[in-house]
Design a protein. Structure first.
Length: 394
């Protein structure tokens, strides 16, 4: 159920369901197509849960005002789906979610981050802002302030000046906001680097770690399938729900559909099967919320992170045949090149940026390297991804 708040925003009256899937325009930077998704996804997730959990100012909605104010949601269950594509979460692949959203709110024009990857988009969702403010332009990036690589992926690489990954961040997280008002928190994600969800020690409302229980079973060393991995994490969440000391804000990051897309293609039977698996796990978890008597006190948020689609890689990331090597061979050495659905290039000498653009902009080189468009650092402000000293693609 959705109600208007006094500030003109929207919050949820318990029990409610929110489904958020990102759509976007096309945006290109150096190599391959990427979806442009602005702050909408972030604002929706952070704003709705902050309003609903952290305060009780539902004033108008499907529930009578007095009832809504007297019965604010006590819990929130959040599922982030890695690389979720809304068109795939249909009545065939996701019958439970299709039925669930009928009793809640669906945001079908939400937009996430650009460039989009897991860390950037997840931190957007849990801070309510974009990379300009939360400080995570990508999982792997060059920080000119420290003149050092920062990596928040399978391994964690930090500048010597930063001893905790959470302090890379520049914005308070939803978990810190929850702790600031005495709520308990838990989340499960795929790598130890996701300790960034704790939020930085510079957060003015809560300087400590935002998560009472952060589990980061390392997917890089997990021996089973992605569905096995997600099953173990859903089981952990269900154990938390069943506990008399269950957290107020809890959830997990589910991976299986995205990895199936990478291996088999977006419209493959394997992807459909992975989505059906996630749908069944969410159904089991919601059933448990009902059986322990907290369904009517719980917000349920199902959202994706970036909505990227795996592409066939024809261009090497590094070495012979790569953009990196080509620039070096032409006297323009790079400090860091992060290649994914986009190539983010930091030059050792930023003054060579225009020379690099001119070199790569010829029709021959754009065809050779699969470049659709090139955006210099000065143009990144349009995509809300330019924290000072971090995303200088120059």
């Amino acid at each position: 159920m959705v109600a208007e708040t006094w500030g003109g925003g929207r919050c949820l009256a318990p029990s409610s369901v929110v489904l958020v899937f990102s759509y976007g325009k096309d945006f290109c930077m150096l190599r391959t197509r990427l979806s442009l998704r602005r702050w909408g996804l972030s604002g929706i997730l952070f704003g709705l849960l902050a309003a609903s959990l952290l305060g009780s100012f539902v004033v108008r909605g499907h529930l009578p005002s007095a009832h809504a104010q007297a019965n604010p949601a006590k819990y929130a269950f959040v599922v982030l789906l890695d690389g979720g594509h809304p068109e795939l979460y249909n009545a065939t692949n996701a019958p439970f979610l299709t039925g669930l959203k009928a009793s809640g709110a669906s945001y079908t024009n939400a937009q996430a981050q650009a460039p989009a990857d897991s860390v950037t988009s997840i931190m957007g969702a849990f801070t309510g802002t974009d990379a300009t403010h939360h400080g995570f332009p990508y999982e792997v990036f060059w920080d000119r302030q420290y003149n050092h690589l920062i990596e928040l992926d399978k391994k964690t690489v930090l500048p010597p000046q930063i001893t905790e990954a959470r302090n890379v961040g520049r914005a308070c997280t939803l978990f810190q906001a929850a702790k600031a008002v005495g709520l308990s928190t838990a989340f499960i994600s795929k790598y130890p680097a996701y300790s960034i969800l704790n939020g930085p020690n510079t957060c003015p409302i809560y300087r400590g770690p935002g998560l009472d229980n952060l589990q980061t079973p390392n997917f890089a060393t997990f021996s089973g399938t992605t569905q096995d991995y997600d099953l173990a994490n859903f089981n952990s969440v269900r154990a938390q729900i069943a506990s008399p000391t269950r957290p107020n804000l809890f959830g997990l990051y589910a991976l299986a559909p995205n990895y199936a897309m990478k291996s088999y293609g977006i419209n493959s039977p394997e992807v459909a099967s992975a989505i059906q698996f996630e749908d069944s796990q969410i159904a089991l978890t919601v059933a448990l919320l009902k059986s322990v008597g907290i369904y009517n006190k719980t917000e349920i948020v199902i959202t994706n992170d970036h909505g990227n689609t795996a592409l066939t890689q024809a261009i090497p990331d590094h070495g012979p045949g790569s953009i990196d090597q080509y620039l070096y061979d032409n006297g323009i050495p790079t400090a860091q090149t992060t290649t994914d659905r986009v190539a983010l290039v930091w030059l050792q000498d930023p003054s060579q940026a225009q020379a690099a653009i001119n070199l790569l902009s010829t029709p021959e080189n754009m065809a050779q390297f699969g470049i659709q468009a090139i955006t210099p650092a000065s143009g990144l402000g349009d995509y809300l991804v330019t924290p000072q000293n971090r995303t200088k693609i120059s």
